[in-house]
Design a protein around this ligand. Structure first.
Ligand SMILES: Nc1ncnc2c1ncn2[C@@H]1O[C@H](COP(=O)(O)OP(=O)(O)OP(=O)(O)O)[C@@H](O)[C@H]1O
Ligand SMILES: [Mg+2]
Length: 229
């Protein structure tokens, strides 16, 4: 058995809107080993994105614990959390969140620059990744001029360029056609197998469920492991 990389226990989260309380997570538990490839399914609104944000250090749970590399994630200061995110966690957001003032290639390069890599090196790496997803000719365009699927591919590259030890991917192929979905899934599989990257992916894509070593369903605020048929 491999080391446990990420442990989430008894995660609770509610949102408040007006007088109403929206109870989303009601005691979710998850244990992820180094090198795991895990997929999470669940109906729209069941809390998948909320859970990923909590696992990735982006949103405090109301109750419960997230432990990354043996340390409680939310015991760190906000600044330390930001450093951990940049160093260890790659996040592919469901709604992409590219930086609109930067070009496509700059968006992809940013994590390497933050890490202190030289511009030339970051550029070379970003170019190589862009060519893998057919975006070479878009490198110097702004995100707002791209289609949804093109933006999604940029968001994937930005999340993986640092080769984080943990990749959290929120519907990373939701806006893509069949061919680009294959390219991205192949890229994630390579990173998992060849670089040992641990991946947690939220998706409805049936093929992902086949690649993933384990699949969980998020139902009524808790995770249930889905047994293979
Ligand atoms: N900041 C917020 N304020 C109020 N309600 C929120 C907030 N964020 C999420 N919610 C609510 O929490 C619930 C879970 O949202 P979440 O985005 O985690 O669902 P999801 O499973 O990712 O859905 P989808 O498959 O549509 O992406 C939804 O009912 C949503 O409206
Ligand atoms: Mg979502």
């Amino acid at each position: 058995m491999n080391n446990i990389l990420l442990l989430a226990s008894n995660i609770h989260k509610s949102f408040h809107s007006g007088n109403e309380e929206i109870r989303v997570l009601l005691g979710a538990d998850l244990s992820i080993e180094e090198g795991d490839f895990v997929s999470i399914n669940g109906p729209s609104g069941s809390g998948k994105s909320t859970l990923l944000h909590i696992l990735g250090g982006l949103q405090h749970p109301d109750k419960g614990k997230v432990v990354l590399d043996g340390k409680p994630l939310y015991s760190h200061s906000d600044r330390e959390l930001a450093e951990i995110r940049n160093e260890k966690i790659g996040f592919i957001f469901q709604f992409h969140y590219l930086l609109s003032d930067f070009t496509v290639i700059e968006n992809v390069m940013i994590p390497l620059l933050i890490k202190g890599k030289r511009k030339k090196e970051a550029q070379e790496k970003a170019k190589e990744l862009l060519s893998m997803v057919d975006l070479t000719n878009r490198a110097h365009h702004r995100p707002k001029t791209l289609s949804g699927g093109e933006r999604q591919r940029v968001a994937v590259l930005r999340a993986v360029i640092n080769e984080p030890s943990l990749l959290l991917a929120d519907e990373p192929t939701g806006d893509l056609d069949w061919a680009h979905t294959n390219t991205i899934l192949q890229m994630l599989t390579d990173l998992n197998i060849n670089k040992g990257m641990t991946i947690i992916i939220v998706t409805h894509n049936k093929r992902v469920a086949k690649i993933a070593k384990k699949t969980y369903n998020l139902i009524e605020g808790r995770l249930e492991e889905k047994n293979e048929m």
